[in-house]
Design a protein around this ligand. Structure first.
Ligand code: NAD
Ligand code: MG
Length: 391
């Protein structure tokens, strides 16, 4: 029995994970789950999946959940320390890190430091603290398996799950594919008027609101570029972003003998989730089998940094290194939140990020305190700029 801690159980990845787990009751036991404040959803999860521990981010939500679950054998906790505790719980073998954003960093890092098998969906954690994170993986012997579909695809195309020394193993290049989101062909002069509803309507994937906006600006691909550099120990110059509107190929690895390996499948996150949960075995995921005749065509185009300036900003951030990616990520989180709340235009997102990158000094990326300080500075600056815009 593999004992699972699922961080972010109520989200899109959380739901897909619960779906896969429920297909294999003989293999997996749900030790702990967490959510932010959706009590009703958490209550349903507790009743259906019977975790031993449920953590809510705020104590008020936890109290309501505890009321609703009175007399049932589920322990309710709340707060940031509780997240760290369930991630590092000696009972737990595998942690699914599916909290969105920088708040996922501490529990994910705790899981890594405790030497768990860590299923990483929370790309922001790695973007913020890549150096620290990968050092902790090395030191603790944690097993890091990528859930992001592109990185999971790349992992599947690497020789025997090896993620280090890829040059010596003949890898010449990685193609990180992305659909281009809803605005790949949208007239540029209408970008200013893009609404949150239009931005979160992704053509191929159903995801949480933050990553959906990131897909629309293509910051998602930028964050994924940074994520790939850390996961596979490669410089950004060896990773190319490629638009592939059908989202059937999830990424490709080119070798020095001319071979290119790709992983294909219907766009459904249960595939990478099942791959990582079962690894190295293959387990059933519930995903519809791919029908190549129905798909019929696979198209590719170069990514346009003029249309999607976030791609350029993310590449510059990882090329500079240190805390620069943490600054980029923090600025993006605040800007996306403001866009979702109707406070800024879609086109303001990259401008605010660039402003932060120009005005906030970066530092070496090996200290957690420094990363968190630069993250805070970026958030404060973007909030201030937005308040000025609105004044
Ligand atoms: P989501 O918004 O659907 O879910 C986020 C989860 O995080 C929820 O369970 C929520 O309760 C929890 N959460 C949010 N804020 C919190 C806080 N302050 N404290 C504690 N918990 C909090 O997001 P998602 O689409 O499931 O994405 C989760 C992560 O996975 C993101 O980092 C995203 O980039 C990554 N990811 C998602 C997909 C996808 O298809 N959805 C694909 C690849 C990677
Ligand atoms: Mg992805």
């Amino acid at each position: 029995m593999q004992k699972i801690c699922l961080l972010g159980a109520t989200g899109s990845i959380g739901q897909s994970t619960l779906d896969v787990l429920a297909r294999h009751p003989e293999r997996f036991l749900l030790q702990a789950v967490s959510a932010n404040h959706s009590v009703d959803r958490m209550l349903e999860i507790c009743r259906k999946h019977r975790p031993r521990i449920a953590v809510m981010a705020d104590s008020e939500a936890a109290a309501r959940l505890a009321d609703a679950l009175a007399g049932e054998d589920i322990e309710i906790r709340s707060g940031e320390q509780a997240l760290v505790d369930i991630a590092a719980d000696p009972e737990v073998d595998t942690v699914m890190a599916a909290i969105v954003g920088a708040v996922g960093l501490m529990p994910t890092l705790a899981a890594v430091r405790a030497g768990k098998r860590v299923l990483l969906a929370n790309k922001e954690a790695l973007v913020m603290a890549g150096q620290l994170f990968m050092n902790a993986v090395r030191d603790s012997g944690a097993e890091l398996l990528p859930i992001d579909s592109e990185h999971n695809a790349i992992f599947q195309c690497l020789p025997n799950g090896q993620t280090r020394g890829l040059k010596q193993r003949g890898v010449s290049r990685i193609w990180l594919t992305g659909s281009g989101g809803p605005f790949r062909e949208w007239p540029l002069n209408r970008f200013d008027a893009i609404t949150p509803e239009q931005a979160i309507a992704h053509p191929n994937w159903s995801m949480g609101p933050k990553i959906s906006v990131d897909s629309a600006t293509m910051m998602n691909k930028g964050l994924e570029l940074i994520e790939a550099c850390w996961l596979f120990g490669l410089p950004e110059s060896e990773i190319e972003i490629l638009l592939h509107p059908q989202s059937i190929i999830h990424s490709m690895v080119a070798y020095n003998d001319g071979s290119v390996l790709a992983q294909l499948g219907n766009p459904d996150m249960r595939t990478p989730i099942a791959h990582a949960l079962g690894y190295p075995d293959r387990i059933e995921s519930g995903v519809e089998p791919l029908d190549p005749v129905t798909v019929s065509q696979l198209n590719f185009e170069a990514a346009d940094e003029n249309r999607f300036p976030c791609l350029r900003l993310a590449r510059a951030a990882i090329a500079e290194g240190g805390t620069r990616p943490a600054i980029l990520n923090a600025a993006n989180e605040i800007a996306v939140d403001a866009f979702l709340n109707g406070r800024i235009a879609f086109t303001r997102i990259p401008q605010l990020i660039e402003d932060c990158m120009q005005h906030i000094e970066s530092h070496p990326g090996d200290s957690l305190e420094q990363i968190l300080a630069d993250d805070r500075a970026a958030r404060e600056r973007v909030r201030r700029r937005i308040a000025e815009d609105l004044a």
